[in-house]
Design a protein around this ligand. Structure first.
Ligand code: GDP
Length: 456
């Protein structure tokens, strides 16, 4: 598949800045831009991978002094001819040049279309194409590292390895059915059972880690709950100030809005339900243990705050009861004041960590950060040496792949005929293929011919 028309877009942020880049890709990219460019040489005559000084004209009117990079297919990002116009970074001039490019018969690119072409023209697989967007949108170190690794092919290589194992077995079965003289299926079911077991083990690990991967990428939806005046907003302020929170209005996955993002050494907490915390004027909001209940339901992670200077009461017990099947920690705040909480009792009620802090004096906050790392990532976030799945789409396909492998196991246990195994193995193979965007049609034939000599 390839795309025939030539596309253009402004590739840099549209703001007044030193330089802006307008990127053009397609068969006619060089000749089209040559029509509006004057320099020492025509762009159609320059070497590939060169930067050329000249001027952009709108008919006879000089528009800007520019540097134009020319990259000839196929060694380019899209595998097509690519031209990049480096113009002055004013919004007006950049838009004007884009306009002139478009009026020369070039189409405005859709969002992501350059990367899409890179994929369609076979330069990168689908998982790598997705990672380009992830890199652009990553807001923390770990998310960026995981995306860069994906761009380097970590997901592709892993998926390829798994697929190779599956297609080998399908090819073997097909060959044996076709040529029983040379390929025996005696005792084959034991071998296949083992292979399918190993595959499931590996894929299940990827699936299990993907929850962390997605949390790394998207942030952990976190609720700070507790009775009024225990110090919830003080805590939020300490965390926000310390780590320079990025205050944004990002629609959350729940009905609530994520109102604040806090970056704790690279782990992003999306704080939800801040209304009940921030709005100290609104007594009704402040009272709500009910409010805490809703927040607990909707969050991935709960920070439960207790005021250590006053004894626990029924409201605390009600909140604690709701916490048990969630990931949470309990902060015993106001450690700078004399304690009036029965800590033994609290510890016996809480089946997670209890950490003593003082939001007012900033004490214990480092321990809070370490504890969160431990809770979510076993304290060890090592995206550089592992394949981390950070995409829901990938995770869902891995789950479907495991389902198909389970069906193979079932057929094996039920002593079904061999072609039953092939059907489900091929499904598993196909689901993995969808992760990296590979067609399957010719793969089996290729495998059979490369590994097995059919019809000897
Ligand atoms: P919220 O209603 O749970 O959000 O509680 P606030 O953060 O508004 O705090 C209630 C009161 O407790 C305020 O007067 C805070 O200054 C005070 N406070 C919060 N944290 C601490 C702390 O660690 N030590 C002390 N002594 N006071 C605190």
């Amino acid at each position: 598949m390839s795309c025939s028309d030539t596309i253009a877009a402004i590739s840099t942020a549209l703001s007044n800045s030193g330089i802006s880049i307008i990127r053009v890709s397609g068969e006619d990219a060089i000749s089209k831009i040559d029509n509006i460019y004057k320099g020492k040489k025509n762009l159609t005559d320059v070497d590939s991978h060169t930067i050329n000084y000249g001027h952009i004209y709108d008919n006879d009117k000089l528009i800007d002094e520019v540097l134009v990079s020319v990259f000839k297919a196929p060694n380019t990002f899209t595998r097509e001819n690519v031209v990049e116009i480096n113009c002055h970074g004013g919004i007006y001039v950049t838009k004007k040049i884009l306009e002139i490019v478009i009026s020369n018969g070039v189409r405005l690119a859709e969002p992501g279309e350059f990367t899409k072409r890179a994929f369609l023209n076979g330069r990168i697989d689908l998982s790598r194409a997705e990672s380009v967007m992830d890199i652009i949108s990553s807001n923390n170190k770990y998310a960026l590292d995981a995306s860069v690794r994906q761009l380097e092919g970590s997901v592709y290589n892993e998926v390829k390895l798994l697929r190779d194992k599956i297609i080998y077995e399908v090819a073997y079965i097909e060959s044996a059915l076709d040529d029983p003289e040379h390929y025996s299926l005696d005792d084959y079911s034991d071998r296949l059972n083992e292979v399918v077991g190993d595959l499931q083990l590996r894929i299940n690990t990827l699936i299990k880690d993907s929850d962390n991967g997605m949390l790394l990428k998207n942030g952990i939806n976190t609720a700070i709950v507790g009775k009024p005046n225990v110090g919830k907003s003080s805590l939020l302020n300490v965390l926000a100030k310390k780590e320079k929170s990025i205050v944004t209005d990002i629609p959350g996955t729940t009905r609530d809005i994520i109102e604040e993002q806090i970056n704790l050494h690279g782990i992003v907490l999306n704080i939800i339900d801040t209304a009940g915390i921030r709005d100290s004027e609104n007594v009704v909001e402040k009272i709500g243990v009910d409010k805490s209940f809703t927040a607990i339901d909707e969050a991935d992670f709960i920070i439960y705050v207790v005021d250590s200077s006053i004894p626990l009461d029924d409201n605390d017990l009600k909140i604690i009861e709701k916490l048990h099947d969630k990931k949470y920690i309990c902060l015993l705040n106001k450690s700078d004041l004399a304690s009036n909480v029965d800590e033994d009792k609290l510890n016996s009620l809480i089946d997670s960590q209890v950490i003593s802090i003082s939001a007012k004096e900033g004490q214990g906050i480092d321990r809070l950060e370490d504890t969160i790392k431990n809770l979510f990532f076993d304290g060890d976030i090592d995206v550089n040496n592992e394949v981390i799945i950070t995409s829901l789409r990938h995770k869902e396909l891995l789950c479907k792949c495991v389902d198909s492998l389970k069906l193979v196991e079932k057929s094996l246990n039920d002593n079904m005929p061999e072609d039953f195994y092939s059907i489900d193995l091929m499904d598993a193979y196909r689901y993995l293929g969808l992760i990296i965007g590979e067609e399957v049609e010719d793969d089996l034939v290729e495998e059979i011919f490369s590994k097995f000599c059919m019809g000897k």
